[in-house]
Structure formats: C-alpha cells, structure tokens
Design a binder for this molecule. Structure first.
Ligand SMILES: Cc1cc2nc3c(=O)[nH]c(=O)nc-3n(C[C@H](O)[C@H](O)[C@H](O)COP(=O)(O)OP(=O)(O)OC[C@H]3O[C@@H](n4cnc5c(N)ncnc54)[C@H](O)[C@@H]3O)c2cc1C
Length: 371
C-alpha cells in the first residue's frame, strides 16, 4: 500500500512514525514545504526570551530519521493539487521547479494551519511579523535583537499573544498588547481569572489594552510603524500578529466535507468524508468532549494524538479518538494558569445553562517537579 502524507510537523511526523514503526514495509511518501519536520512552534516564546538557547533544539525528528524508518521524504516540495477521486497529488519541487504526479492508495492530510492575517490596510507591511514556523521565529529573533527595536505591539490577546507579550518584555522591549475583546484569553479563562492575568502582565510593564481593535498599519514618522486602532494611532518599531489560526485545508476544498471554519470534518477515526482520505492536526476538526460536538481547536497536543490515530486507522478503522477537553496551561511571570473544558461564558454561549465553574488557587506541585 502506498500512503501519501502531506505536511510534516506534529500530525504528519507522528503519523509517519506510527505507520513505519507498526508496518515497516509500507510505502510512505512525505511531502513537506519546509526543509525541516516536527518544529515545535510552542517553544518560540521560550526561544525569544532566551530560555531555549538554540532554535535548532526545537525539533524532535528530522527528514533523515523518517528516511531511516523507510519513508521517502520530499522536503522543499509542495502539493499543489489533489484529486481524491483519481487518488493523485500534483507536487512541485520548490527549488528545481520540477513537477510530478504521485498516485496513492491512502492519503493523510496534515497540512496544519496558517496565522490569520487580517484584511486591513497595511497588514503586509514588512514591520508586521508572523510567528509560527522556524523561519518566522528566526526573523522575529533577528528583528528584536536590533537595538533600535524597543516598542512592540502584539496584536491579539489569546494564548500566543499573551505568551509573546511576556517573552518580549523579558528581552527588554516595551510591549503593548492590543485585544479587541473586553478580556484577554477569552477562550481559556473566565473574566475574573483573565483579569488576574492582565493584572500580572501590567505589573510587569506590559500595556494591556482591551476593547481596542486594530484598524490598519502604515509607515510612520522616524522609521516607525503606525498601528491604527479604533481609539488612536500608536507608533511602534514592530508589530507581531497573534490573531489565531486558519485551517490550511484548501487542497481538499469541495472534495471532502469541511466545517464553518473550513477545517476538514473527520470521524472518530480521523477519516474524512472520502474513505481513503484521513486528516489530522490543525487542518481538521476535533471532537470536543465538553459539548460532545466537533470543534476547531488547533493545539499541538491534539495534532500529535490525531497523527498517531491516522497512522493506525489508515490500515482499517480500529482505534477511536478519545476527543479533547482542550486542556492547556501557561506560566505568566511565575504564575501558572491551567484550564480545561469550557469557560462559564462559553458554556452559556453554547446553550449549556446549568453550569458552574470552579477555580483553585494554590502552590501545590507534584513531588516529581522541583519547587
Ligand atoms: C507561538 C505558538 C505557541 C504555541 N503554543 C502551543 C502550546 O503551548 N500548546 C499547544 O498544544 N499548541 C501550541 N501551539 C499550536 C501548535 O503549534 C499547533 O497546534 C501545531 O503546530 C499543529 O501541528 P500540525 O502538524 O497540525 O500543523 P502545522 O504545525 O501547521 O504544520 C503543517 C505543516 O504542513 C506543511 N504544509 C502545508 N501545506 C502544504 C502543502 N500544500 N504541501 C506541502 N506541505 C504543506 C507546512 O509547511 C507545515 O510544516 C502554538 C503555536 C504557536 C505559533
């Protein structure tokens, strides 16, 4: 059987490892646009602040490891088009510009997500940075090392924006965190805890600005970037976009079922509406246990599990997904916020009216963790 895996970060890497560890004789081709695999985006804030010293340490696999397992790994190649009925994928070599069609028996789509770029004037300005891939992290690190870069605007107060605000403050930058909602971390924390997180950020010199939507970007005076909001214009040296993720599923658009976010709809076996196409990670939906429905929850922890499941079930649907509670945690200037399931506001929003929330505050640590 020939299995084609498109995209090779968490979902793709784990799918390939699972397939070749359990079925070493399988013919597996991996197509990945970047020249690396398995990059840990979640470590970027730790790298920017200097806790992780080398960006190269944020990989847990490599093209050569996957080749040793038996895969044909085509890095710096991109899948341009898939025909799920014909079982073919059209690929291009990003360096040589050569093109080819690959015929597969089963397809695992692990194309992940892209960072949302707002449709706003000036959003493509060179001083407006993204932060997801290895190359983004390299560029951002280079920019903030420039001694002329002091004022930074982080756009979006979700978990990525909040973590970046802390990291950039730790590197001596003055950060303005712009959030259009009345609270930060809206999908993770109820208002009281989100307010506490904002208080901690402010106490550490982050300018947290709520209810302040950005309306555009432009070149400002003195080589600054002018960030326009509904309230004012801020002059900064750099802005970083952290507005959430969009599923990268256009390859299958119109060929398999997708949800309102354009994420690929999969069943409990990671199988799409086409029986020979599996999808895993940020490009697909996941079953959200608190509601019992599918939802779009882009997390590395889910991508790893879904990749493993796709690698198992592509040989026949045997292992069901356990779904997710979207448990996550972050450490903000020494205070850890951990959360699981729906916030109370989000539960009400979903029509679940008989709900309560509870918050535990303390200093307990399990014995195996150093204090
Ligand atoms: C700053 C930051 C912090 C984060 N922190 C956390 C955290 O603490 N915890 C957590 O769980 N998650 C975190 N995340 C989210 C996490 O990084 C993503 O959920 C995870 O990367 C998803 O993995 P994936 O394999 O599904 O997709 P992706 O990481 O998006 O990878 C998809 C891959 O597919 C390739 N690809 C796409 N299209 C094609 C094509 N047509 N042809 C060839 N290749 C293609 C891409 O090049 C890419 O390498 C964080 C993200 C960021 C940016």
């Amino acid at each position: 059987m020939h299995i084609l895996v498109i995209g090779c970060t968490h979902a793709g890497t784990n799918a390939v490892q699972e397939i070749l560890q359990s079925h070493p004789d399988t013919d597996v081709t991996v197509v990945e646009r970047h020249d690396d695999v398995s990059f840990l985006s979640s470590g970027i804030p730790l790298y920017l602040e200097g806790t992780v010293k080398r960006l190269e340490d944020m990989f847990y696999s490599s093209p050569s490891e996957l080749r040793r397992l038996g895969a044909t790994v085509l890095t710096r190649h991109e899948v341009e088009h898939v025909d799920v009925q014909a079982h073919t994928a059209h690929i291009i070599d990003l360096d040589g510009n050569e093109e080819a069609d690959i015929v597969y028996d089963k397809l695992i789509v692990a194309t992940g997500s892209t960072i949302k770029r707002p449709v706003l004037p000036g959003a493509n300005n060179a001083k407006v940075k993204l932060c997801k891939s290895f190359v983004h992290a390299q560029r951002l690190a280079q920019s903030i090392q420039d001694k002329h870069i002091h004022e930074v605007a982080v756009i979006g107060g979700g978990y990525v924006g909040t973590e970046l605000a802390e990291s950039l403050t730790r590197t001596g930058h003055h950060v303005t965190l712009l959030e259009s909602n009345p609270q930060i971390l809206q999908n993770y924390l109820d208002v009281a805890n989100a307010n506490q997180a904002a208080t901690i950020l402010r106490a550490n010199n982050v300018d947290v600005c709520l209810n302040e939507a950005v309306t555009g970007f432009a070149d400002g005076a003195d080589d600054k970037l002018a960030v326009a909001t509904i309230a004012r214009t801020l002059n900064v040296d750099l802005a970083v976009l952290a507005l959430g993720f969009t599923p990268a599923a256009t390859l299958l658009a119109g060929q398999v079922e997708t949800d309102s976010h354009d994420a690929i709809v999969v069943n409990d076996y990671q199988q799409s509406s086409h029986p020979d196409v599996y999808a895993a990670g940020d490009c697909a939906v996941t079953r959200y246990n608190p509601t019992g429905k599918t939802a779009y929850i882009p997390l590395a922890s889910s991508a790893v599990r879904q990749g493993r499941l796709a690698g198992i079930n592509v040989f026949g649907n045997t292992v069901r997904s356990l779904g997710t509670q979207a448990t996550s945690a972050m450490n903000l200037f020494g205070t850890c916020f951990a959360t699981t399931g729906l916030t109370l506001q989000n539960a009400f929003h979903q029509g679940l009216m008989d709900c309560h929330s509870t918050t535990w505050r303390g200093t307990w640590r399990p014995a195996y963790m150093p204090s």
